[in-house]
Design a protein around this ligand. Structure first.
Ligand code: PXP
Length: 244
């Protein structure tokens, strides 16, 4: 079974478009959990246009009321991010190399270039008992030094998979299979998450091909689906796939 973590950033974006607390992010997270989501993800970007850093303790407290729900915080490891995440102490932090102002995360870490930064940050969080996942491209070349950085997990950046899925599913998954095979041979301690542009159409294929994936974090498509099916039915539809 793969854990479904709902990324609620898009609800925060909607809330931020008016000077009210509507929709209330805490209520949305509570509903996601009641409807079966096993995790909640927030991604506070430097400009806080989606989730705000002030949302972190609220969602952390909520998630803490449930024994089996995971809180995942994503983001670029700026000094502010590191401090806030260490204070909040989520179950997992997913480190993303997106620059300030990025529309969305659009590439994974270059572990060659950012080796020393990543070694320090990963150790910092792990010493605070926070599981660390690194957002990575489906490219073995970008993973040089990963064995020294040694995060607990990697999150496979699935944009390319989703983009190529409609034209050739087998070709779309190939680079991901290569990365997982390489890591299983070379760093067997690492586990796998996946995220970005996953949806009701491509998710089953991904999880069938890479059943090792422990967690998917899904935001954009899930929120779009909720407009059509409602949040409860949408989460149920995703769970039917992840609980295969
Ligand atoms: N994983 C990471 C690291 C992300 O930055 C995002 C988007 O915030 C997601 C997963 C979820 O992507 P999507 O919104 O396309 O489902």
């Amino acid at each position: 079974m793969t854990l479904l973590s709902v990324n609620i950033n898009k609800f925060a974006l909607l809330r931020n478009s008016r000077e009210t607390n509507h929709p209330d992010l805490e209520e949305i997270a509570k509903k996601c959990i009641q409807f079966g989501a096993q995790g909640i993800t927030l991604h506070p970007r430097p400009d806080e246009r989606h989730a705000k850093f002030s949302d972190l303790p609220i969602i952390s407290k909520l998630v803490g009321n449930y024994s089996n729900i995971e809180f995942n915080i994503e983001g670029y490891p700026s000094e502010k991010f590191i401090n806030e995440v260490n204070k909040t102490k989520p179950n997992q932090v997913t480190l993303v190399p997106d620059p300030p102002g990025a529309l969305t995360s659009s590439f994974g870490w270059d572990c060659l270039k950012y080796k020393s930064l990543l070694i320090d940050v990963v150790k910092n969080f792990q010493q605070n008992d926070i599981r660390v996942s690194l957002f990575v491209n489906p490219s073995i070349e970008s993973l040089i030094n990963l064995s020294e950085i040694l995060p607990d997990r990697i999150e496979l950046y699935t944009f390319d998979f989703a983009k190529n899925f409609n034209s050739d599913q087998e070709k779309a998954i190939e680079p991901y299979l290569k990365v997982v095979h390489f890591l299983q041979q070379n760093i067997p301690s690492i586990s796998y998450n996946a995220g970005h542009d996953l949806n009701l159409i491509n998710l089953n294929f991904l999880l069938t091909k890479i059943p090792l994936i422990k967690e998917v974090s899904i935001g954009h498509a899930l929120v779009c689906d909720a407009l059509e099916y409602g949040l409860k039915d949408t989460i149920q539809k995703y769970l039917t796939i992840t609980k295969r």
